[in-house]
Design a protein around this ligand. Structure first.
Ligand code: ATP
Ligand code: MG
Length: 430
């Protein structure tokens, strides 16, 4: 019976393990192999004179990264990893790896990101790469646990849709029988409709598709969004939820993911503390105007250079609040006393935007007017507008980019490092 390599301790008498051949060293009378599975590495020591002929043949024949099954006796030995070695009685090559490998798993030769992504399955055999996705998995589990225990209902909304969420040109058109359809850019309209269904607290972790042509280090064409919508809540309420969730995620990684952080050589992992500063949009613009050479104008969206300057000034996570109504989507609620600004916010990491959210417009007439004021035709949104005519609770919510969360948390330089199989302007395979 195969056991995980981690469970082979110096006290074991016998063991059978399976895994990849990490390294082979032939020292004349002795052959050393390192065998690796998800849990660790074990040294397999083969004294040529003392093992059966068929074992020796197989050991001599094996290539790096082949899959082997080894069973034999365990000996305590100080110099080997984990303080033990396995001396084989049987040695079977289950699946042979061709050589040369397209990518050096033992990481002696550094590779370009493109080469790595082309052979992602090999790339992900490296502990420092695998660590990113183990941590991402812990984040996904923690988000589910956190939101379920706060009474949220998990929903799934369609990814094939007939109309744009916000108008605009960021959509991928697809052929849908005799109709034109699109891949959805956001679950926004659907999660709001579920407020009209009385669900009160919903969340979805799912794909969003953006046909933006830019090829940047923080944009993907297929990303993962953590979306939340809450009834009888305003923007303050959901900002507090978002910052508490974020701190919970950092804390969980700090507590549970030490071996993965070590594999990535992250030494200075620190948990941010709540509450994050709330920086009004006009003050953010003033900081950017002072600190960048680029022209930054009140009423424009905050560009990359401005984002960087403000981030440096703030030094940690922060919210930008009180945005001009004109540059936020039609569903963001304007302030009653000054409708030129609205109850929208962005959650920022010093490096980039992580999330956008708002209290939403829940009044049918106001919503129709706001759709029109963006130059959009309310007739194209009739399916969305319908619930607003039959009792719609006030509500608020946000969408958080999963890859940007992973990227900023782990200090990755490119968002593609936070996705197993990224989709960008040039990459559709694998
Ligand atoms: P940006 O201005 O940085 O392009 P955005 O304001 O267009 O982002 P939103 O529509 O507000 O993005 O989406 C909410 C969140 O989803 C963003 O804050 C981000 O974390 C994530 N997100 C959006 N678009 C992308 C993308 N193309 N690639 C990766 N993540 C994205
Ligand atoms: Mg945004």
């Amino acid at each position: 019976m195969r056991i995980p390599i981690k469970e082979v301790t110096p006290g074991c008498e016998r063991a059978e393990v399976c895994g990849f051949v990490h390294e082979v060293r032939d020292l004349g009378g002795l052959v050393f192999l390192l065998v690796r599975d998800r849990t660790g590495i074990i040294q397999v020591t083969v004294p040529k004179k003392k093992v059966a002929e068929d074992v020796l043949c197989a050991v001599r024949d094996v290539s790096r990264e082949s899959i082997v099954r080894v069973s034999g006796t365990v000996k305590a030995i100080d110099k080997a990893p984990g303080g033990r070695e396995l001396v084989p009685e049987s040695f079977e090559i289950i699946s042979r790896a061709e050589s040369p490998l397209p990518l050096d798993v033992a990481e002696k030769v550094p590779a370009e990101l493109d080469t790595r992504l082309d052979s992602r399955f090999l790339d992900a055999r490296r502990p420092r790469v695998a660590a990113v996705f183990h941590i991402r998995s812990v984040l996904a589990r923690t988000i589910h646990e956190y939101l379920f225990s706060a009474g949220f209902v998990n929903i799934t909304t369609p990814k094939i849709v007939a109309a744009a969420t916000e108008g605009g040109t960021e959509l991928f058109p697809i052929a849908y029988f005799e109709k034109e359809a699109f891949l959805n850019q956001s679950p926004q309209l659907y999660k709001q409709m579920m407020m009209g269904a009385g669900f009160e607290k919903v969340f979805e972790i799912g794909p969003i598709f953006r046909a933006e042509e830019h090829n940047t280090t923080k944009h993907l064409n297929e990303a993962t969004s953590v979306d939340v919508e809450v009834s009888y809540a305003d923007h303050h309420h959901v900002m507090a939820l978002l910052e508490d969730l974020l701190v919970t995620l950092y804390r969980r990684v700090d507590e549970e993911c030490r071996p993965f952080l070590d594999a990535m050589e992250i030494k200075d992992f620190s948990v941010p503390s709540c509450p994050f500063p709330r920086l009004p949009y006009d003050e953010a613009i003033a900081i950017a105007q002072k600190k960048t050479d680029e022209q930054v104008t009140y009423g424009d969206d905050i560009g990359t250079a401005a984002e960087k300057a403000i981030g440096e000034e703030m030094g940690g996570h922060y919210f930008i609040v009180d945005w001009p109504t004109a540059i936020k989507p039609y569903y963001a609620m304007p302030y009653e006393d000054d409708p030129s600004i609205c109850k929208a916010f962005d959650l920022m990491h010093p490096r980039m935007e992580l999330s956008s959210g708002a209290q939403r417009v829940h009044q049918y007439d106001l919503l129709v007017r706001q759709i029109q004021s963006k130059g959009l035709n309310p007739d194209n949104f009739s399916f969305y507008l319908l619930p607003f005519r039959y009792g719609m609770p006030p509500h608020a919510g946000w969408g958080l980019g999963m890859e940007r969360l992973v990227m900023t948390m782990l200090g990755l330089s490119n968002i593609r490092e936070a996705v197993l199989f990224p989709r960008d302007r040039h990459r559709l395979v694998p």
